[in-house]
Design a protein around this ligand. Structure first.
Ligand SMILES: [Zn+2]
Length: 168
């Protein structure tokens, strides 16, 4: 893979870095429990942690049990759209097309992610059941009727470490 094709890494401030590391630690917890290594947290504008979740594919057998989607399912029923519009979803990796759609529906206004989908494909390998839809979350967000700020990739080395040896 040519480094010229890899997305440029974003720098994060202290707060964004802290919450993204929390999402990455949840990815490691997911892996320990027999799931794909993905984690996500949702943080309100005032810094309150609204939701945290990890990928639970292995534990539940549910192919939609992605970390971001599960975190949104925790946050959405108890928070108004205008509260979620001020919130940030931190994900250990770039949201897939399903989770990007859920972010749109939730009205969450900001996303910060770790490893990008392009770098992650090196870990996923060639198995068809491990491949993702090659549509970037930014393309989904760009089609949104409300603005969704998107920052990433960031902390790539730390986010990638969760995936080393995790995919066969
Ligand atoms: Zn997803």
């Amino acid at each position: 893979m040519s480094s010229l094709l890899l997305p440029t890494e974003s720098r994060l401030d202290e707060r964004d870095g802290r919450y993204l590391r929390q999402a990455i630690s949840l990815a490691d917890r997911a892996r320990e429990r027999g799931n794909r290594p993905f984690g996500a947290v949702i943080v309100a504008a005032d810094g309150t942690l609204i939701a945290e979740a990890w990928n639970a594919n292995g534990e539940t057998g549910d192919c939609t049990a992605h970390a971001e989607l599960s975190a949104i399912r925790i946050a959405s029923p108890s928070h108004a759209r205008d509260q979620l519009a001020g919130a940030t979803l931190y994900s250990s990796s770039e949201p897939c097309v399903m989770c990007a759609g859920a972010i749109f529906w939730s009205a969450i206004g900001r996303v910060v992610y770790g490893i990008d989908a392009v770098r992650l494909r090196a870990f996923r390998g060639e198995r068809l059941d491990q491949k993702d839809v090659e549509l970037s979350c930014r393309d989904v967000f760009a089609a949104s009727s409300h603005p969704i700020e998107c920052i990433g990739p960031a902390l790539v080395d730390e986010a990638a470490a969760s995936h080393a040896g995790a995919w066969k």
